[in-house]
Design a protein around this ligand. Structure first.
Ligand code: CUA
Length: 319
């Protein structure tokens, strides 16, 4: 069903219906009170208008029942909006653990996408339906925003940090992809398509084209680790190098030299590569002896290194 001027974008993800219902609820409550207040103001202005120059208004001293009513009803309505909205927000901000990772890099003015198998595309993103997809996103220049209205998801893509969002597409089809943050002259041209496919079609799409040259992000990260970036020379597996061992580091709680603890998530790992002295791991020299990689690795390479670190298993314990 398509109309020339659709009121809503297509409904094609697992959260779209709930998002629309919440939106409809807030819009309906707002519209009801706008009409109620405006109508009452008009009716009272007409009904209680001054008819003679010597008329004096009635002497009214408040009503507890009335005041409780107009406090309690809006309180309940706004709490429904708050709890419902917070619940949806939390489920949207926590990607399910079984999510498939896709990497997105925004730059003036295009979107670069890389799939777990290494397949790349520009201004398009093919995804399988009925599968949780987590996007890890970075920017090479300014703030962009990855927005897929049909999935009711959008997230800022910010230089200097990684952001994530997740969705589960439910209906195969081709949907709009927008940059939803003004990012310069050709912001309005920073658009593309999200193609949701059945899992079989997605597999076929992945293996078509240039499959022979596809190297996964983690494999490229491994090459950087052992090659150009030379991480391996200090981050020895047994922890006896100049830098901490990285096996199993992802998602672990790390103790810092200043007594704080941090969870080693994407942003912590990214920061530790570009600015190693920002958070020194306990037991290692401060400032860090590791050279900062700010400007020496692209946003894509940082994501690839982190993808590789996620695959590292903790070194076997020796007793
Ligand atoms: Cu990128 Cu607007």
């Amino acid at each position: 069903m398509s109309t020339p001027f659709p009121l809503m974008p297509p409904n094609a993800s697992s959260v779209a219906t709930e998002m629309d219902l919440l939106y409809l609820f807030i819009a309906t409550v707002s519209a009801f009170f706008i009409v109620l207040v405006a109508a009452l103001a008009f009716i009272f202005a007409v009904k209680y208008r001054r008819r003679h120059p010597d008329e004096v208004g009635a002497d009214i001293h408040g009503s507890l029942a009335l005041e409780l009513t107009w406090t309690f009803i809006p309180f309940i309505l706004s709490m429904i909006m708050f709890i419902w909205g917070a619940d949806l927000f939390f489920s949207l901000s926590r990607p399910p653990v079984d999510s498939m990772d896709i990497f997105v890099v925004g730059k003036q003015w295009m979107w670069k996408v890389q799939h777990p198998t290494g397949v790349r595309e520009i201004n398009e993103m093919h995804v399988p339906i009925d599968r949780n997809i987590r996007l890890t996103m970075g920017s090479e220049d300014v703030v962009h925003d990855y927005s897929i209205p049909a999935f009711r998801v959008k997230m800022d893509v910010v230089p200097g940090r990684l952001t994530t969002m997740w969705f589960k597409a439910t209906v195969p089809g081709t949907y709009h992809l927008f940059c939803a943050e003004y990012c310069g002259t050709k912001h309005s041209g920073m658009i593309g398509q999200v193609i949701a496919m059945t899992p079989q079609d997605y597999e076929a799409w992945l293996s078509g084209g240039t499959s022979a040259t596809n190297v996964s992000p983690a494999e490229i990260g491994q090459k950087l680790f052992a090659g150009d970036a030379a991480c391996f020379s200090c981050h020895l597996e047994d922890g006896k190098g100049h830098g901490p061992a990285l096996g199993g580091v992802y998602g672990r709680t790390v103790e810092l030299a200043d007594g704080r603890t941090v969870v080693a998530d994407d942003n912590y790992l990214r920061e530790s590569i570009v600015n190693p002295s920002a958070k020194i791991v306990r037991g290692f020299p401060s400032p860090s002896i590791m050279p900062p990689f700010q400007g020496r690795l692209s946003e894509e390479q940082l994501m690839q290194l982190i993808a590789y670190m996620k695959t590292l298993k903790p070194a076997p314990q020796t007793h």
